[in-house]
Design a protein around this ligand. Structure first.
Ligand SMILES: [Cu+2]
Length: 138
């Protein structure tokens, strides 16, 4: 293979890789830890908080670590979104977590405002403290 052909191949592979990276950039990935101490955590944030645009598509990559207990189906934490003002559930945002890392492709609520993420599995005696602020911006 000549150097020129080889360069062409390298360039083609590079270009395809770049195009792929551009395409996947369109969906924002939000990494969350649902930890064994019954707390949500986001790397680099002292108080974890998620902020999205109304209707934005996001990929939640959630790693769950088992706390003291789990529910009958083996889920170790939950991840449910409620509207802050009346604590009503947001449709489709009612996730259950297994041990390990899992991904969920989600669409943010259309209504801007304050929301709260709550754990729906009684994961330990500290389960009530497992929540996180979630803001939808216009
Ligand atoms: Cu929990």
């Amino acid at each position: 293979m000549s150097t020129r052909v080889l360069l062409g191949v390298v360039l083609a592979v590079y270009t395809v890789g770049w195009a792929h990276a551009q395409a996947s950039d369109k969906i924002r990935v939000i990494e969350i830890l649902a930890d064994k101490d019954s707390r949500y955590k986001i790397a680099g944030e002292k108080t974890p908080e998620i902020s999205v645009k109304a209707g934005e598509r996001v990929l939640l990559r959630i790693t769950a670590r088992k706390a003291k207990s789990h529910n009958r189906d083996g889920f170790i934490h939950g991840f449910s979104l409620l509207r802050a003002k009346d604590r009503t559930k947001v449709p489709d945002w009612d996730l259950l977590l297994k041990p390990g890392t899992q991904e969920f492709a989600m669409t943010a609520p259309q209504e801007p405002g304050d929301y709260v993420v709550v754990c729906t599995v009684i994961c330990s005696e500290d389960h009530e403290g497992m929540f996180m602020r979630f803001v939808v911006e216009p």
